[in-house]
Write a protein that binds this ligand. Structure first.
Ligand code: ADP
Ligand code: MG
Length: 420
């Protein structure tokens, strides 16, 4: 229950309005520590409510320590992409709706006049993408002097996108801050450890594996396709007969363009997101999809990162991802906090190695399904959960028989990180 977190009643009221009744695990883990003022290094999988995990303590901080004079921004949240920055900003507006906290957002692709109006507002909370914010810092149209709390969201993604140095520079401009928090879907991968050392002081490291309940929401299966023609027919069937709303992932821009044309010739309406798309086009696509006007969004991985659209019933992997991590990111678009979701991969024989790798990585069974009128020529093999290793079995047996267990060895074999 949110009451236990001792948040200001203006915030709990907003949570009620938003339909949030219980905190997710990352929220109940992070919020109390954040409210003590500690630096935080937090990770939890996509879709587990990290945004509110930092917005709530941030808003609480502003309510506990109200401004004494008009001045510059007090809380800075950096987001890797424009879409994500805008979503985080909208989330902040909701959470602060019953307070007089002033929020703003600044991202690339929007004209500088709009930024000037935003920055003129004595913002309490600013959400920004690093590139555009840094331009303002250099032009001295933004002042970091009053920043008390710095939050980096999707830090892993920021590194992927090459923002390390800019973010470090922004952090050093904001050197009078009292607290910093870094959020990431994962703490693995190159660079996060060093990045967090650069930014955080004596952080509390909080990693949350989502509860069973939070995890079990996504149903996953796959369809076997004989060839690309068959693959398309399966997709068409899923989009017209099964999915209420879907994000379809495609490997490259070229393939996305082809697929969109093909769907259009079959009278299936879609919007799409791809890298290097003008901002107004992206916004337009997102708003048509979000409003429910268009139910299908085609996207490449780069373009889709961070988008949070509620109630997507289906995530469809038209092309398999390159790594298991990317798979997790993709399927995280569905079944977000509470809602049930479905993730379907359409695979050809050559995708099987990847599919098995993913199943091992996520430690879940991905079962085949068949559409009656679109049966594949061959029967799809079942991808089973990996069998327990011999050592793990021996350990279990040893435990049962009361023998002391051997230390150390089985460890690598059951370790989660196998690729990606
Ligand atoms: P993450 O950043 O971990 O990927 P988000 O913060 O985007 O996840 O949250 C995912 C979805 O879950 C959002 O639609 C959000 O509104 C919703 N959500 C977050 N916390 C809760 C909660 N405590 N109860 C209900 N829904 C929640
Ligand atoms: Mg997030």
């Amino acid at each position: 229950m949110f009451e236990q977190l001792e948040l200001h009643s203006d915030l709990t009221r907003a949570l009620t309005d938003m339909g949030f009744t219980t905190p997710t695990s990352i929220q109940s883990t992070v919020i109390p520590v954040a409210m003590e003022g500690r630096d935080i290094l937090a990770s939890a999988p996509t879709g587990t409510g990290k945004t509110a995990a930092f917005l709530l303590p941030a808003a609480q901080f502003l309510l506990d320590f109200p401004r004494e004079y008009h001045g510059a921004t007090r809380i800075l949240i950096l987001s890797p992409t424009r879409e994500l920055a805008i979503q985080t900003y909208e989330h902040a507006l909701e959470i602060t709706q019953h307070t007089n906290i002033v929020c703003g957002v600044i991202t690339g692709g929007i004209n500088y006049g709009t930024d000037r109006d935003t920055l003129a507002k004595n913002l309490d909370i600013l959400v920004a993408t690093p590139g555009r914010l840094f331009e303002h810092i250099e032009k001295e149209s933004f002042d970091c002097r009053d920043i008390e709390l710095l939050i980096l969201d999707e830090a892993d993604r920021m590194l992927d996108m090459g923002f390390r140095s800019i973010v470090n520079q922004i952090a050093s401009e904001a050197r009078w801050r009292k607290q910093s928090m870094l959020f990431s879907a994962t703490l693995e991968g190159p660079g996060i450890a060093q990045f967090s050392k650069d930014i955080l002081v004596n952080p509390e490291s909080l990693t949350v594996d989502p509860s069973r309940k939070e995890k079990a929401k996504i149903h996953q299966w796959y369809h076997l396709a004989d060839d690309s023609q068959h693959k398309y027919q399966i997709l068409k069937h899923l989009l017209t007969e099964q999915a209420e709303s879907a994000i379809v992932f495609i490997k490259t821009r070229e393939r996305l363009q082809q697929l969109k044309d093909r769907l259009a010739s079959d009278q299936i309406n879609v919007v799409w997101l791809q890298g290097e798309m003008p901002q107004d086009k992206r916004n337009e696509a997102m708003s048509r999809f979000k409003s429910g006007e268009i139910k299908i969004l085609l996207a490449t991985d780069v373009a889709a990162r961070g988008i949070d659209v509620e109630d997507i019933s289906h995530v469809i992997n038209y092309d398999m991802p390159r790594t298991s991590d990317v798979y997790l990111h993709r399927i995280g678009r569905t079944g977000r906090a509470g809602a049930k979701g479905t993730a379907i991969s359409i695979v050809e024989a050559h995708d099987f190695a990847m599919l098995s790798r993913i199943a091992r990585y996520i430690k879940e069974v991905i079962k085949p399904r068949v559409i009656d009128e679109l049966r594949p020529k061959h029967k799809a093999p079942s991808i089973k959960k990996p069998k327990k290793s011999r050592i793990a079995k021996a350990k279990k047996a040893a435990k049962k028989s009361g023998k002391p267990k051997k230390k150390g060895r089985g460890k690598n074999i059951t370790s989660r990180k196998q690729d990606g």
